[in-house]
Design a protein around this ligand. Structure first.
Ligand code: FES
Ligand code: FES
Length: 150
């Protein structure tokens, strides 16, 4: 059975066949910025926005996303998201880059909700985004830079 998904402002008809949103985004829509790492909701590499809220696409069944506005890293290229990405580049806040899309999604939401976060607020909000390369200090600096405080 086909469903309709709204992704990055475009409408897609897809047959999810019981798959998770992450699989549909990557395999059907070829939106490869959203990553599969743990596959069990523990790392944040698969972070996307669902009606503006960050969710782990590896956990969410695609059917459950129907009727909601989905935004992936590919749709986050303007405004605050652009500032966050520029700050990640300026601070060299990545090594392999695998976690970076999810980090950018979470950091963008953080700054939209809290334009000038404390370090504690950054740690709290970003706790769900793991970085196996350990780039945490630079990621924190990038977020502070994007907030205009670095
Ligand atoms: S791949 Fe989804 S949380 Fe790790
Ligand atoms: S930069 Fe490699 S996992 Fe974060």
């Amino acid at each position: 059975m086909e469903i309709t998904l709204e992704v990055n402002g475009r409408t897609y008809s897809i047959a999810p066949a019981g798959r998770r949103l992450l699989a549909v985004l990557r395999d059907d829509l070829e939106l490869l910025g959203t990553k599969l790492a743990c596959g069990e909701g523990a790392c944040g590499a698969c972070g996307v926005l669902l009606d503006g809220r960050p969710v782990n696409a590896c956990l969410l069944f695609a059917e459950a996303a129907e009727g909601h506005e989905i935004v992936t890293i590919e749709g986050l290229s303007t405004g605050r998201a652009a500032a966050v990405q520029a700050a990640f580049v300026a601070e060299d806040a990545l090594q392999c880059g695998f976690c970076t899309p999810g980090q950018v999604v979470s950091a963008t939401v953080l700054l939209e909700r809290t334009p000038h976060p404390t370090r504690e607020e950054i740690h709290e909000t970003m706790a769900g985004n793991l970085c196996r390369c350990g780039a945490y200090p630079k990621i924190e600096r990038a977020i502070l830079r994007a907030a205009g405080e670095a």
